[in-house]
Design a protein around this ligand. Structure first.
Ligand code: HEC
Length: 149
């Protein structure tokens, strides 16, 4: 009689310990999952900055072309084409801002400036300077209204 009654509490306390470990594991797992999802979401938020960084890089290339006096169509057009192609990504990248009509108008004006440059590409560094000025003015117009820092 004394043997089973000794064994029973020990068994249940082991079960309790396993149950605790199981719960502990589940909690750690849940915390880990939340952390992974959070970091994944944070990474998603790099989309807008990435679009802007590439825009800025191609504008930088055009400015370099002017400085180095390399303003042939083959030097300029690939950069203009990428600016135009990626300009279509501005609204999808800026999900929240893009709900604002003014933002969409700025993006449209910016695309119009690049379209204009592509339809009659600058053939000299002098005219490229004017073109980058027109495009840059549209970057600035949108930044003045929507870029926080
Ligand atoms: C329709 C609006 C719009 C247009 C057009 C636009 N931008 Fe932006 N840009 C923004 C907004 C909004 C931010 C702020 C993004 C943020 O902080 O997350 C930004 C941020 C930037 C940044 C900082 C990115 C970073 O890493 O924080 C650069 C560089 C930039 N833009 C360059 C440009 C250039 C160059 C052009 C034109 C060739 C341009 N942008 C056109 C809206 C625009």
């Amino acid at each position: 009689m004394s043997t089973p009654s000794d064994a029973t509490p020990r068994k249940s306390s082991n079960a309790g310990r396993y149950f605790f470990m199981l719960l502990f594991g589940l909690v750690i797992g849940a915390i880990g999952t939340v952390m992974v999802i959070r970091s994944w979401q944070a990474r998603q938020d790099h989309f807008p900055d990435s679009v802007m960084t590439v825009q800025a890089w191609h504008m930088g290339q055009l400015k370099k072309n002017i400085e180095q006096n390399r303003c042939a169509a083959t030097d300029i057009i690939p950069n203009l084409k990428t600016l135009r192609q990626m300009a279509d990504d501005i609204e999808p990248a800026f999900g929240e801002d893009a709900k604002d009509e003014r933002f969409v108008k700025h993006a449209a004006n910016y695309r119009a400036a690049v379209d204009k440059a592509l339809s009659s590409p600058p053939l000299s560094c002098e005219s490229l300077k004017a073109t980058t000025g027109d495009i840059g003015a549209q970057c600035k117009a949108c930044h003045d209204d929507f870029k926080k820092s």
